[in-house]
Write a protein that binds this ligand. Sequence first.
Ligand SMILES: Cc1cc2nc3c(=O)[nH]c(=O)nc-3n(C[C@H](O)[C@H](O)[C@H](O)COP(=O)(O)O)c2cc1C
Length: 257
Amino acid sequence: MNFEQVIGNRRSTRFFDPDRPVEREKIQKILEAMRLSSCAMNAHWLRAVVVYRDELDDELFERLKVPVTGVLMELAPVHIYCFADPTIVPKDKGNRVKELIDVHACNPSHGWTYKFVEEHAWPAVLKPLSESPTYPAMMAWDDGGAAMQGLLMAINQGLGACYSVMVEDVAKEAFGVPDEWLPHYVMNIGYSLEDPGQRPRPPFDSLYYERHVDTPFERDEKVVKELEEAGMLQDPEPKPGRKEEVRRLCQQLGLVE
Ligand SMILES: Cc1cc2nc3c(=O)[nH]c(=O)nc-3n(C[C@H](O)[C@H](O)[C@H](O)COP(=O)(O)O)c2cc1C
């Protein structure tokens, strides 16, 4: 798969093969992809706990599910619980930025020195930021990027994946997660049994602008065609036969049609 196909082939899989396990090395590659994401201050807030469905006892598994996640989690053999650790910046006091200076990623040419971090970046920017009400939103933005890299790595390895909401208190208690970590979502992974079209999206020009929000970024049809040929822009849902595919999968898996 080329890069465009990885993006284009991704769907939120909801019909997994419940009996086909996920190889541990594929799980590791998903986590490796998350770790390489870009992150403000090089902080890397994302924490993930890999949970194997078949190791959960029935009572706990029931408590980890909600109506929009139940079937999904029963079918997916692996659930990766994602959290943010907000303590990293207050503990670290700018040291992770200094690491970037040490390896010459951030250089004096761009204003980066130990003195700048100690006298300005930490006390005037990072510390107040880590105490501000916008701090969780900032972590969520960065962790979302990491989570999406992991998602694309799942697709790149032939897996299906779907994020889902988390029952925070149950998950934290069951998996020994520190109280101060903030919940994100759960990445459910497994082998997909379905082959749907791309899901509906808002029109391109209702989302993106050029120079000013008065001016939608106009789509060049030549580029659209190029991305179609590369496999990124694909036929939208519903694909012909999708209804029948869903019916067949429900019968196969013993689900309500
Ligand atoms: C952070 C996040 C949380 C989600 N939570 C759920 C969920 O709880 N249950 C579910 O069925 N789908 C969930 N989804 C899947 C979205 O509904 C899905 O992205 C949407 O249907 C668009 O389709 P696509 O991902 O196949 O392109 C979630 C997706 C994301 C990114």
